[in-house]
Design a protein around this ligand. Structure first.
Ligand code: SF4
Length: 202
């Protein structure tokens, strides 16, 4: 991106994002499981999944520069930032993405897919919730990985979604045996576990 182009996506002065927390840990789920990343957790979500165990209510208002400063302070040599929530697509925009890219970070996003996304995200994890929330509609048209919480529903229709990798994840770890049985019978899927919870890390 040229300097001129970068200027066009600069965060407007004073714009603030509602941030729940920023911390450094290992990615616990899906394709990048075990990989060090800085997690930027935005506050707020547009859905209300029945089994949601994520506390995303607390919010601190931060500018893109504030966020970058906190990320840089804890990232060390890590160059990956995973933006999650809540639902991060409610807040992530091109200026914040550009701020992180210009500082040398690759940006991963974990989304429920109900809002359109800015271009240029390096890795999109789509975790569809429309099986659980009536009226929720998918508004993204591709992802790098699709990671579905398995509650006994029929996952097969999701294999038509344009993604490179397909993961099934037990619901709150309570139906692991059923999830494994489904995957063994339908090997287009791979198992995703919440390994951070198994290890007792964030
Ligand atoms: S989309 Fe994610 S964060 Fe939002 S309610 Fe559902 S599980 Fe919780």
């Amino acid at each position: 991106m040229s300097g001129t182009e970068a200027e066009t996506v600069r965060t407007p002065a004073g714009k603030r994002y509602g941030v729940n927390e920023i911390f450094y840990s290992l990615q616990g789920e899906g394709f990048w499981s075990g990989t060090p990343m800085v997690f930027l957790r935005f506050s707020g979500c547009n859905l209300c999944c029945p089994w949601c165990d994520t506390d995303f209510s607390a919010s601190q208002l931060m500018t893109a520069a504030d966020i970058l400063a906190d990320v840089t302070a804890i990232a060390g040599e890590c160059r990956r930032v995973c933006i999650t929530g809540g639902e991060p697509s409610l807040q992530l925009d091109a200026p914040l993405l550009a701020t992180l890219h210009e500082a040398g970070y690759r940006v991963h996003l974990e989304t429920n897919g109900t809002h359109r996304l800015p271009d240029g995200i390096d890795w999109i994890t789509f975790s569809p919730k429309t099986d659980f929330v009536e009226g929720a509609a998918v508004r993204i048209d591709r992802a790098d990985e699709l990671k579905l919480v398995y509650t006994g529903q029929n996952p097969a229709p999701w294999l038509a979604f344009p993604a490179d990798h397909f993961f099934l994840q037990p619901c709150s770890g309570e139906n692991s045996i059923e999830t494994v049985a489904y995957i063994v019978a339908h090997p287009q899927w791979r198992l995703s576990l919440q390994t951070h919870k198994l290890l007792g890390i964030r």
